[in-house]
Design a binder for this molecule. Structure first.
Ligand code: FMN
Length: 442
């Protein structure tokens, strides 16, 4: 896409990616050297926060509302509207929390933002905190991003030295203290209410909603939990205006989205693209098409917790409403691709194993149902399936996910779509005890 359209990734991140070659993140390494304070400022950093601090807090909220920004954590809830539920007249401590748990399989976009451009996230949090008059912030980061946590701590120390954190930032009269919290690690910790329990030192079970965190969150106080990518849009929206942000998307969508691809693609990676970019463009132009000379069989669009989509749906624009209309969810827009040699029964067993291991065990249908589903799908994949298994799986998949949080419905997405769209693969394995794909059910 044109250089001028990049927002979150334009300041430093993509320059560093280019410098370091196409391999973004070799396992365990911070391949992208983090951008320091001086570079960040030289490239236009902290201009958005400077502007925000001169406005009234409610004016900042209005700009964010007008920009059409929707949450990038998966659900796409309008950010400005979410902020407006925070009681501005609350006299006690209010909290801003950045959700950098990012344990969604196939999703690595927040990692790029944190490792490449930590000051952008700090500037974003200053803007959000000021808009809601929250004087304490936390970045909740998964323990596998230990290096990312160190990068953020280092950047926060620099920001403090330059008067962007702490008391009376930039002589504005506004205080903002920021702490980095390394999670002990669980997928459920990314769910915002489980995250709050975890941050309070409790077991990371989800809480019932209502009350919503905006009014009763961390330690019972008004709290906003926002995703890393959601927040990283803010400096650019403030610096260039709501209308500019609105104009970036396609087909009436606002803004850009960091989209990703992994699995059976030639060039796995991340690209900042207009919201509404067709899935086919991401798969073929940016990710280079299928990796082993085969055709794509299916794509899970939003990390793992979204229903599978088939090649006849690849023209779907990657935006919240279009993907929902196509029967799936945009989620994190980090696509996981499968090709014709992949056995979807084995893949489903693998997917359900993840959810079985990560269930927090709080709700009975999730705790008991997912292991049962995993064992059934695994037995089918191993050629030990029985007549009637599919009917029971159908029933379980539709009715078992009545739970407190969206974890189990997340597991339901890929499961239900697999047993519907690739039913013939399940039936073939049950009848013949072998997989009908060339790759086999390994
Ligand atoms: C099981 C589960 C895991 C989640 N993990 C994350 C995560 O790692 N990062 C994230 O931002 N949101 C995650 N979410 C969504 C959060 O609950 C919340 O909606 C999000 O942080 C809100 O941010 P946003 O409004 O900026 O999108 C998860 C939700 C569920 C149900």
């Amino acid at each position: 896409m044109a250089q001028g359209v990049r927002t979150m990734s334009e300041i430093v991140l993509f320059k560093n990616i280019q410098k370091n070659g196409p391999e973004l993140f070799p396992a365990g390494a911070a391949a992208i050297p983090a951008c320091g304070y001086d570079d960040y400022v030289k490239n236009g950093g902290y201009q958005g926060a400077r502007k925000a601090l001169k406005m009234a807090p409610l004016e900042v909220q209005q700009v964010v509302k007008d920009s059409g920004l929707r949450g990038r954590g998966g659900a796409g809830f309008p950010t400005g509207m979410k902020w407006s539920f925070v009681p501005m007249d609350f006299k006690g401590q209010k909290y801003l929390i950045c959700n950098c748990d990012e344990m969604e399989p196939g999703t690595f976009k927040d990692r790029a933002l944190v490792y490449g451009d930590p000051h952008q996230l700090i500037e974003s949090m200053i803007i959000a905190a000021y808009a809601m008059q929250m004087t304490q912030g936390f970045i909740f980061i998964r323990c596998e991003y230990r290096k990312g946590a160190r990068i953020l701590e280092q950047a926060a120390a620099e920001a403090l030295n330059h008067g962007w954190l702490g008391k009376n930032i930039q002589s504005s009269g506004f205080d903002f203290h920021l702490d980095v919290h390394l999670s002990a690690g669980r997928y459920i910790c990314g769910e915002e209410t489980a995250l709050l329990n975890s941050l309070e030192g409790k077991r990371a079970n989800p809480r019932s909603k209502p009350p919503f965190p905006q009014v009763y969150g961390f330690l019972g106080s008004p709290t906003i939990v926002n995703n890393v990518e959601t927040l990283c849009n803010l400096p650019h929206i403030l610096a260039r205006g709501a209308q500019w942000h609105k104009s970036l998307g396609l087909n009436g969508n606002a803004g850009t989205k960091i989209m990703g691809a992994s699995g059976r693609v030639k060039n796995p990676g991340l690209w900042e693209l207009p919201l509404g970019t067709p899935m086919r463009e991401v798969l073929n132009e940016h990710a280079g098409g299928p990796s082993r000379g085969k055709s794509f069989k299916t794509v899970i669009p939003g990390g793992l917790s979204t229903p599978m989509m088939t090649p006849d749906q690849f023209d779907t624009p990657l935006d919240f409403d279009s993907v929902a209309k196509a029967g799936s969810r945009l989620g994190t827009a980090c696509l996981i691709a499968f090709d014709e040699d992949d056995c979807m029964v084995a893949a489903t067993a693998n997917i359900m194993k993840f959810y079985m291991r990560e269930s927090c065990g709080f709700c009975t249908p999730c705790r008991e149902g997912i292991p049962w589903i995993y064992e059934t799908v695994k037995a089918i994949a191993e050629g030990k399936g029985e007549e009637g298994d599919l009917a029971v799986l159908d029933d379980m998949a539709r009715h078992i996910f009545h739970t407190f949080c969206a974890f189990a419905p997340g597991a339901q997405g890929p499961l239900l779509s697999a047993i519907t769209t690739f039913r013939h693969e399940f039936e073939f394995l049950i009848q013949k005890s072998q997989c009908h794909t060339a790759g086999g059910a390994s």
